[in-house]
Design a protein around this ligand. Structure first.
Ligand code: GLV
Length: 311
């Protein structure tokens, strides 16, 4: 089995060590070191390198170096019958929960308003009078493995959680809603909404004026899905008229975010460069090893998002 790794994040020694430990007899090559026309079985990439004209005919599957696969699913260079499996990394899920938790605690403690008061040397009591965890309503959009981990984690920490997914789900301690008619009730009156949806035609622009207007006054919006989930002008209007308290953004329609973008300078926006949940060496190695074992044994690939077989 020959594997090509095409993501700069995985070019570090720690990734290499973890991969060699998990798959000692596998031949790994980094994309920049690959000879022209070389054949290989598995490509590990978050998106295909720009210089790649076509995938080799020997390729048996693509392992997505991340949880969201839209950038591969929408790539015309990838044949429709080529299986794509996504990363399943508990370490990534834990980081996303921590990030969401950080934003939720910031809302609980009125972080943005408090900083503005400090700046203005204004001594006043919190805008929210009841600042117990049980009083802060959170809504999680998306119940894939990452959204599920975040919803469970917030609930275990004592926050009331509602969650929304395309299909019905049942999760202990979480009020689950689904389908078009479930979205409004899920976010109604929420103090924080955390988006972890996949990017699909139906979810584009879901963080909209309609959704913001249903949240509690001063709510925080946390986007950990994709940049195209967010209606940027609706966000600007809701922040500027004071309806939303803050937005925590980790993903953007254009990445890297251009220096002239207004997000950089807005006082109610906290932004991070798409690093809220980075793949971990151990998680990636274990997830690739599981895919390799399934390929070798002719089993269904773990984390399969597109099998390439006609349904
Ligand atoms: C990050 O964006 C991922 O898809 O895991």
């Amino acid at each position: 089995m020959r594997i090509v790794i095409a993501d700069p994040l995985a070019y570090s020694d720690s990734f290499e060590r973890a991969l060699r430990a998990a798959l000692p007899s596998t031949d790994f090559v980094r994309w920049p070191d690959l000879a022209d026309g070389a054949e290989y079985d598995l490509l590990v990439a978050w998106h295909l390198p720009k210089e790649m004209i076509a995938v080799p005919r020997s390729l048996r599957a693509i392992f997505c170096f991340g949880a969201g696969t839209d950038q591969l699913l929408n790539d015309p260079r990838i044949p429709a019958d080529l299986p794509i499996a996504r990363l399943q990394d508990q370490g990534q899920a834990e980081q996303l929960l921590d990030y969401a938790m950080h934003a939720v605690f910031a809302r609980l403690h009125d972080d943005v308003a408090t900083r503005a008061d400090q700046h203005a040397r204004l001594w006043r009591l919190p805008h929210r009078q009841n600042r117990t965890r049980g009083s802060l309503r959170t809504a999680v959009l998306g119940l894939g493995p990452l959204g599920l981990h975040v919803a469970r984690g917030l609930s275990a920490a004592g926050f009331p959680v509602s969650a929304w997914s395309r299909n019905p789900r049942r999760i202990d301690g979480v009020a689950c809603l689904h389908g078009d008619e479930g979205l409004g009730p899920c976010v109604d009156g929420a103090d924080v909404v955390v988006n972890l949806l996949p990017s699909r035609h139906e979810t584009k622009g879901i963080l909209s004026d309609w959704l913001f207007s249903r949240l509690a006054p001063g709510a925080y919006v946390v986007n950990l899905g994709r940049g195209d989930h967010l209606d940027e002008e609706a966000l600007r209007a809701a922040l500027d008229r004071g309806w939303l308290g803050a937005a925590w953004l980790d993903v953007f329609s254009v990445e890297p975010l251009p220096p002239e973008h207004w997000f950089w300078r807005h006082e109610r926006i906290r932004l991070t460069p798409h690093r809220a949940g980075l793949p971990t060496p151990q998680g990636v190695a274990a997830s690739i090893a599981a895919v390799v074992a399934a390929l070798e044994q002719g089993r269904r690939l773990p984390g399969l998002v597109r099998s390439g077989e006609a349904d």
